[in-house]
Design a protein around this ligand. Structure first.
Ligand SMILES: Nc1ncnc2c1ncn2[C@@H]1O[C@H](COP(=O)(O)OP(=O)(O)OP(=O)(O)O)[C@@H](O)[C@H]1O
Length: 337
């Protein structure tokens, strides 16, 4: 490690050049990932991007073809027992033992981890206490997910890994996952979850990494991703004074793909370029290549002597970011795979 900052940050997950090939297919491709202790990190990507494979490598369920992995500053292969002791995992497609109760499932993990959790308390946290003595074979898919989450919480893990946790859940279940993620994070745990359900992400994550074909194609806070994504962003400026001058100045700024002063005639309708007009004639509508061009436009307009009374930005949605980075359609609702 070189810089002072690096020395001060403890990582919960760190990979360098991580690669996993299955025959000629590369599932994880030279992945370098760093998740700081105490973060809630969203690992996003379309189906087949390599999310579950990465998690399998972190947990030593699979062995890398190349690269290094550190989990809670341990090596998953050499320190597998300690890693499993300190990590709580809800695996993708978690399945239950049909003839065992919820309580039995929890007992199994509590015994394995030599923890002293109360099964009832854990199931209460995930809203499943009423079914604690029912065979898990009678549980719905959402109830199984809740049970899997409770099992992941055993022993107060330092790192909680949730692989597609929203899968099969109704809105209440989704809220439970979010609440538990925040509670665990407040307790000090790092939370790492994978998802292709984008709507949930901004409500939970501090930072997001987008995986596509085994590679990390974008990473940052949602704000950072929005600012840098190559997704057109519409900026409306309400100006005092010469709106046409403001339009000309804005249009000349690097990264501006269109600027107009919508007239009353086309108010509130989309022009050919997709710009939306307003009725007062003092609004200048500007389309930016990406959101990070805003400052340059505001500065140029103000420097031209036209004062800006108000701005209104239509930020790119998280779905459009996802599409921009992966060329894959985004799945917006939970409960689908
Ligand atoms: N054991 C395996 N043998 C061969 N190929 C595999 C194996 N496991 C995964 N793959 C392939 O590796 C790629 C990545 O799969 P992975 O399950 O990691 O993706 P994912 O991002 O988790 O997708 P999903 O959201 O569908 O679970 C896929 O093309 C998959 O078919």
């Amino acid at each position: 490690m070189s810089g002072r900052e690096e020395e001060e940050t403890t990582t919960a997950i760190e990979t360098h050049g991580l690669t996993k090939r299955y025959g000629s297919h590369t599932a994880v491709d030279d992945l370098s990932l760093s998740v700081a202790e105490g973060e809630i990190y969203g690992f996003l990507g379309p189906n087949g991007a390599g999310k579950s494979t990465t998690i399998d490598l972190l947990m030593d369920y699979a062995r890398p073809t190349d690269g290094t992995i550190s989990v809670l500053e341990m090596r998953p292969r050499a320190d597998v027992v300690d890693v499993h002791q300190r990590v709580g995992i809800l695996p993708d497609g978690f399945t239950v033992y049909e003839n065992r109760t919820g309580r039995d499932h929890l007992r199994l993990v509590i015994d394995t981890k030599r923890a002293d959790d109360d099964p009832e308390g854990l199931l209460e946290r995930v809203g499943l206490a009423d079914a604690i003595d029912d065979d898990a074979g009678s549980y719905s898919r959402g109830m199984c997910q809740r049970l899997g989450l409770a099992m992941a919480l055993v022993g107060d893990p330092d790192l909680l890994v949730l692989d597609e946790p929203f899968s099969g859940l109704d809105p209440h279940g989704i809220r439970t996952i979010r609440e538990v993620a925040h509670e665990e994070n407040d307790r000090g745990a790092t939370v790492f979850f994978s998802s292709h359900v984008l709507g949930q992400v901004e409500l939970v994550c501090d930072r997001i990494g987008i995986l596509h074909e085994g590679q990390l194609v974008a990473e940052g806070t949602l704000e950072e991703l929005r600012a840098s994504a190559p997704v057109a962003t519409d900026l409306d400026l309400v100006v005092d004074g010469d709106a046409e001058r403001a339009r000309r100045v804005a249009a000349a700024v690097d990264g501006v793909v269109g600027a107009s002063v919508p007239s009353a005639a086309n108010a509130a309708t989309s022009s050919e370029s997709g710009l939306v007009g307003t009725a007062d004639g003092q609004t200048v509508s500007v389309r930016l290549e990406s959101a990070d061009r805003q400052e340059a436009v505001l500065e140029a307009v103000e420097n031209s002597g036209v004062s800006i009374r108000r701005t209104d930005v239509t930020e790119p949605s998280i779905e459009s970011l996802f599409v921009a980075h992966t060329d894959e359609p985004a799945i917006e609702s939970a409960g689908e795979r």
